[in-house]
Design a protein around this ligand. Structure first.
Ligand SMILES: *Cc1c(COP(=O)(O)O)cnc(C)c1O
Length: 362
């Protein structure tokens, strides 16, 4: 039995043990081929089956309609910060942004190098502690698209309903909450996600794009940077990251066997609820800096009364087999990231540990 601890890392992060074990079993001799999947041609039958099964898995579990294409692109979510404006800012139109934190700021910085941008709302004066309400901004009718980050992994804030943009395409960075809740594809024209939070190992981005929007994407881009290239070749234009896609397939096999998105959502609510309840019932000893309605189900951020106590908390938690609880270096504090593969038991045990820690130190 592998010695596994509760891994609360923000990403890469804990993956389902059955997926890891299956990969381990098959790694050296893939289904009797006498070689590893990582050693064989990506044009052969073995990999072909994995590739199309991964696409089918995404379609099935995320309920992706025929109107949308499913693409696998290397370069993580970060390359999408460039690819989205490269492909979608056409005819001098502006890319618009709701600035909810670090990950939107990075997207804006890249988009500015490519075309006109407009920030139509920013949470910076409030330290990015909430998601804006629909009545707090106005999407320009002439916008090329509106970019949002569905879940700000660092600040711990999450959209619980996506904006209505009527005819303007909505683009969502779903890196840290994809596969944790149902998605309304009628509202969403382009979703992208780095794989290493809820989908599998790093290095891969999942891109799901409305085919009508794809048709309108800019022509004449370098081949790899064009969505049209990847769509025309079923994401086999060049050598795909075969191991990452294989692991994604196994990860989604696990999601399916556990009951799919409805079950993942239920578990996310239970895990995050256990920690938020502990925080809320601590008489302010633990403090969540985030607006209640915007609290993330994936990344629970919290503070202790002093930075010294935070350091002690993180060290003692690690000794008790809870790793990865340090907040992002840009904001400090503590953060418990709990993606699909984190068992409810991990969250409950951490909640108990927090209550005990308070008793000892308050
Ligand atoms: C992790 C993360 C990214 C960056 O993903 P990479 O694969 O490292 O490029 C982008 N956006 C969000 C919301 C993230 O959580």
């Amino acid at each position: 039995m592998a010695n596994r601890i509760f891994n609360f890392s923000a990403g890469p992060c804990t993956l389902p043990l059955p997926a890891l074990e299956k990969a381990q079993t098959e790694f050296v001799d893939y289904q009797g081929a006498g070689m590893s999947l990582t050693e064989m041609s990506h044009r052969g039958k073995h990999y072909d089956d994995v590739h199309y099964a991964a696409i089918a898995n995404i379609r099935e579990v995320l309920n992706v309609p025929e109107s949308h294409d499913v693409l696998f692109i290397q370069g993580g979510a970060t390359l999408q910060f460039a690819m989205v404006p490269l492909n979608l800012t056409i005819d001098g139109k502006s890319a618009e942004f709701l600035n909810t934190g670090t990950w939107v700021k990075k997207a804006i910085a890249d988009a500015e190098k490519i075309g006109p941008t407009r920030m139509i709302w920013t949470g910076e004066p409030e330290n990015f502690t909430r998601i804006p309400g629909n009545d707090e901004y106005k999407v320009g009718e002439d916008a090329a698209y509106l970019h949002i980050c569905g879940n700000e992994t660092i600040g711990g804030i999450e959209y619980h309903a996506y904006p209505d943009t009527s005819a303007v395409p909505l683009v969502a960075d779903m890196s840290s909450h994809i596969m944790s809740r149902p998605i309304d594809w009628n509202k969403l024209d382009l979703a992208f996600a780095g794989a290493q939070k809820n989908l599998g190992p790093a290095g891969l981005a999942l891109v799901i794009i409305n085919k009508a929007l794809l048709e309108k994407c800019k022509d004449g881009l370098p081949a790899y940077l064009s969505y049209k290239t990847h769509a025309a070749k079923d994401s086999l234009y060049n050598t795909p990251p075969v191991f990452a896609i294989y692991m994604m397939k196994l990860t989604i096999d696990w999601v399916k066997s556990e009951g799919g998105l409805a079950e993942m959502e239920k578990r996310a609510l239970a895990r995050s609820g256990a920690l938020y309840d502990t925080i809320d019932s601590s008489d302010g000893w633990y403090r969540c800096p985030v607006d209640k309605a915007s609290r993330s189900r994936m990344n629970v951020c919290f503070r202790l009364p002093t930075e010294e106590l935070e350091t002690t908390f993180i060290a003692e938690a690690l000794e008790a087999s809870f790793s990865g609880l340090k907040g992002h270096r840009s904001v400090g504090g503590c953060r418990a990231s709990m993606y699909n593969a984190m068992p409810l038991e991990g969250a409950e045990k951490l909640a108990d540990f927090m209550a005990e820690f308070k008793k000892k130190n308050a």
